[in-house]
Design a protein around this ligand. Structure first.
Ligand SMILES: [Fe+2]
Ligand SMILES: [Fe+2]
Length: 156
């Protein structure tokens, strides 16, 4: 007998695929944008992230296939761009946050219904997106420079 999968788990996988492919599209676009600004280092970092997100998408597709479902059409969100690297990184913080929230909710739901296999699957992706989120945040902090130091006394 084949184990049945809760339909909500399939919905979480479908939405995860949409978010990961959205991230692929976003980072790929930003790599070209950074290249056009002559910022080779940022372009390379965005390309590296594109590949990581694509590997996540691939894992989700493989998971869906192993559960006996084919991925449906994914609705991608529009790419969000900005005129500066700092602006791009702010958008990316939002996107990584969405992924983190999604995987946290999906793994929590799987735990509730005692679907250990899918719970571990989502938890592994959650840990990777949390680490992405930290990387983006520290890259963003580097762009923003040191926090302003509070004045010890009023200037007048
Ligand atoms: Fe990802
Ligand atoms: Fe990510």
């Amino acid at each position: 007998m084949t184990a049945t999968v809760h339909p909500r788990v399939l919905a979480y996988l479908g939405r995860a695929l949409s978010l990961e492919l959205t991230a692929v599209q976003q980072y790929m676009t930003q790599a070209s944008l950074a290249e056009s600004w002559g910022d080779r280092e940022a372009a390379d970092r965005f390309r590296h992230e594109t590949v990581e997100e694509m590997q996540h998408a691939e894992r989700i597709v493989a998971r869906m296939i192993s559960l006996g479902v084919a991925p449906g059409t994914s609705q991608l969100k529009a790419v969000t761009t900005a005129p500066t690297l700092e602006g791009l990184l702010e958008r990316n913080t939002d996107l990584e946050d969405q992924l983190i929230r999604h995987y946290a909710e999906a793994s929590r739901f799987c735990q509730q219904i005692q679907d250990d296999g899918n719970s571990s699957f989502f938890e592994a992706l959650l840990a990777e997106e949390q680490s992405h989120g930290r990387e983006v945040a520290s890259w963003l902090a580097d762009q923003q420079g040191p926090m302003p130091v509070a004045l010890e006394r009023a200037p007048f």
